[in-house]
Design a protein around this ligand. Structure first.
Ligand code: ROI
Length: 162
């Protein structure tokens, strides 16, 4: 069984739902997998967009889980859930209905076409570090930096606990 941290984000409503509802639905589906255990979810946070500013604020959270799925199997499952939420994949840095990112998987370091873990930008994103610290106040990055120190070096990203 391996521990994985997942970043969750949404800033667009789908046909009938707001970002918090998108995240709640995604969480319900993730936990249903027979090979995903001990699922723990942070609070939801309202966060200012990083990247293009002409898009709505995001709702972000982080989940910690234990799984026997291998990294690419976990990625397949998360992408299936994104697709169910009609994520529009054309806009690389644009608004999205649902974004599920594998942040870490055990102590694996993977660089491949589909997956890079640890997530290459997690250490500079307060919208990841704040919920991560809520789940594990002693989290250390693969480079041996504490999430608390990384967060101290982030610019203020307008993070508000919901
Ligand atoms: N900005 C915030 N605040 N939260 C996100 O989840 C997020 N995701 C993205 C980009 C466009 C980088 N900006 C974001 O993919």
């Amino acid at each position: 069984m391996n521990i994985s941290y997942i970043g969750l984000g949404s800033n667009l409503s789908g046909s009938m739902s707001d970002p918090q509802h998108q995240l709640n639905r995604a969480v319900e589906t993730i936990r249903q997998h027979a090979n995903i255990h001990e699922f723990k979810l942070s609070s939801f946070y309202s966060t200012s967009p990083i990247g293009p500013q002409d898009q709505p604020d995001y709702v972000n959270a982080v989940a910690r889980l234990k799984t026997t799925l291998q990294p690419l199997q976990l990625l397949d499952y998360l992408q299936e859930i994104e697709d169910q939420h009609q994520r529009k994949r054309e806009l690389r840095w644009g608004a999205r209905t649902l974004d599920l990112d594998i942040l870490t998987y055990a102590n694996f370091e993977i660089v491949s076409e589909r997956l890079t873990i640890p997530h290459p930008r997690m250490g500079e994103r307060a919208f990841v570090l704040v919920p991560l610290l809520e789940l594990d106040g002693h989290f250390f990055s693969a480079q041996g930096k504490s999430a608390a120190d990384l967060l101290a070096n982030c610019a203020d990203q307008g993070i508000v606990k919901l």
